[in-house]
Design a protein around this ligand. Structure first.
Ligand SMILES: *Cc1c(COP(=O)(O)O)cnc(C)c1O
Length: 495
């Protein structure tokens, strides 16, 4: 088998069909596909060059695009070339697609620069960075009401995906140990979750061979509750996933009812099934906006929680956290003790090296903002998101699925037959610079097409006005287009 065969065997990327259709319609050939192609086919044949932009001044030779250049260039020339190429990216401040932080204060930028060279894994070399790591994880555990009479443990991760994999690996191993010690077979583990989960849950199931029992969605119900979970539980269930803020609609699973179900299952059927809370997006919203809402370790069956610090923890990408209620939830055989960097370094992670800067930046924000600072920011983003929702609500032909009452997320669907495919609307907004994704909801609500807007700290009230104005304009343009070209294919090229 040629090395490239492996890559070409990957499953078709979702969204790719639309892309090809778009190319055919426009009659143009796009450059390399830039969407949904995260496994990159290597380009080993092309002799294309990056055209020397500043020809005579900095470059005396062609710069190949896909081959290591034979000679280098000056740092200034390389900087300018890379910098200019990246100008083709979208503008992060207009990116309402992502939950991830796009702005921090200049002091944070300075700290990031100062800590870029430190590897978080080198605990013995950088003991103070490790002390900061411990403080950050403790602060998060306390924010989530980790019980002081147990021994909560946790670690920073590269994001919620790693945090979720680590939590579920621990639950899987604990389940296997419980089964073995009871003399029962420990094969065919399963986990229960809603179709509203982030892909990293399906990734865990597939990579680590756990059957995913998925509760389908329905038109009008985009979250899960005990009633849907109960029939799927059995003695092979390693854990149930509950969401504090779903990726698709930014709503919350009914965590209290699922907790009550699992408590009952434990007392009546003697099945210990941990509840894991995926608080990737909600973990830094709810503790400030609704401190009395019981979603965290205050619920008795919650054994682990993950959060993406690079979402509303307000730090740059590369930072998540997993916290376990008690050290007994994390089988010690999964924790590695490393001594070849000096000292004894306990480590629970999927990868080894990682930047320490994002942990340091989370510490910076905790000191800089305190509880009150976060509460104010959360209150502001909620107010801005609600203002956006209110403006959009007034637009004919739009129905809000999420009006930002709990999370700063606005999700809408169109109610007019001409505009049910929102991809076109998303493209029209992109022409104005806004990045607002359009997608369909998971099965069995896949007929519902939505637009999602995540309102972040740097999104001002003025931008609310501009975006709702542009959305109104885009809708009007779309109606005109459909009236003039009723049979025109709906997709336009992405390139
Ligand atoms: C973003 C998100 C994830 C994945 O988090 P990363 O930090 O990007 O790895 C998982 N679950 C939910 C609910 C999310 O919103």
């Amino acid at each position: 088998m040629q090395p490239n065969d492996l890559l070409s065997q990957r499953p078709a990327t979702p969204g790719r069909a639309h892309f090809d259709e778009a190319i055919a319609f426009a009659g143009v050939r796009c450059p390399a596909p830039i969407r949904g192609n995260l496994v990159h086919e290597l380009n080993v044949g092309s002799d294309e060059t990056l055209s020397p932009t500043y020809a005579g001044r900095s470059f005396s030779h062609d710069v190949p695009k896909y081959r290591l250049p034979a000679q280098g260039m000056s740092a200034d020339a390389a900087y300018q070339l890379v910098h200019d190429e990246l100008n083709l990216d979208g503008n992060p401040s207009l990116n309402l697609a992502s939950f991830v932080t796009t702005w921090m204060e200049p002091q944070a930028d300075r700290l990031a620069q100062e800590t870029l060279a430190k590897n978080l894994i080198d605990q013995d070399e950088y003991p103070q960075t490790e002390a900061v790591h411990q403080r950050v994880v403790s602060m998060i555990g306390r924010l989530f009401h980790a019980p002081a009479h147990e021994t909560p443990t946790g670690t920073a991760t590269i994001g919620s995906s790693e945090a979720i994999m680590l939590a579920m690996l621990a639950h899987k191993r604990s389940w296997q140990r419980r089964r073995e010690s009871a003399g029962l077979p420990a094969d065919r583990p399963n986990m229960v979750m809603g179709a509203d989960v982030h892909t990293c849950w399906e990734k865990f199931a597939r990579y680590f061979e756990v059957e995913a029992r998925v509760v389908p969605m329905e038109q009008g119900r985009y979250t899960i509750a005990a009633a849907q979970v109960e029939p799927l539980l059995d003695e092979r269930t390693i854990a149930v996933a509950g969401l504090l803020g779903t990726t698709f609609t930014g709503q919350m699973d009914d965590l209290e009812s699922i907790n009550e179900l699992l408590a009952r299952t434990e007392s009546e059927r003697e099945l210990h099934i941990p509840l894991h809370i995926d608080a990737a997006s909600g973990g830094f919203i709810i503790p400030f906006a609704q401190p009395d809402l019981r979603w965290d370790f205050r619920l008795s069956q919650v054994r682990s929680i993950n959060v993406s610090n690079h979402k509303f923890g307000l730090v740059y990408p590369g930072m998540g956290t997993v916290v376990f209620r008690d050290s007994s939830d994390l089988p010690q055989e999964l924790v590695f003790h490393i001594n070849y960097l000096g000292g004894d370094m306990p480590n629970y992670s999927l990868n080894f090296s990682r930047p320490s800067s994002s942990v340091v930046l989370q510490y910076f924000n905790f000191l800089r903002l305190g509880y009150q600072g976060y509460a104010e920011i959360v209150s502001n983003v909620l107010a801005n998101a609600q203002a956006l929702a209110a403006k959009l609500q007034d637009i004919e032909a739009i129905e809000l699925i999420n009006d930002a009452s709990a999370f700063p997320i606005v999700v809408l669907r169109a109610t007019e037959p001409q505009v049910t495919d929102l991809t076109e609307l998303s493209h029209l907004l992109r022409e104005r610079g806004w990045i607002v994704p359009a997608y369909t909801l998971p099965p069995n609500a896949q007929s519902v097409s939505v637009l999602r807007m995540v309102v972040k700290e740097n999104f001002s009230r003025d931008m609310v006005d501009m975006l709702s104005h542009d959305l109104r304009g885009a809708l009007q343009a779309l109606r005109k287009q459909t009236a003039v070209h009723p049979h025109r294919p709906r997709h336009r090229p992405h390139c």
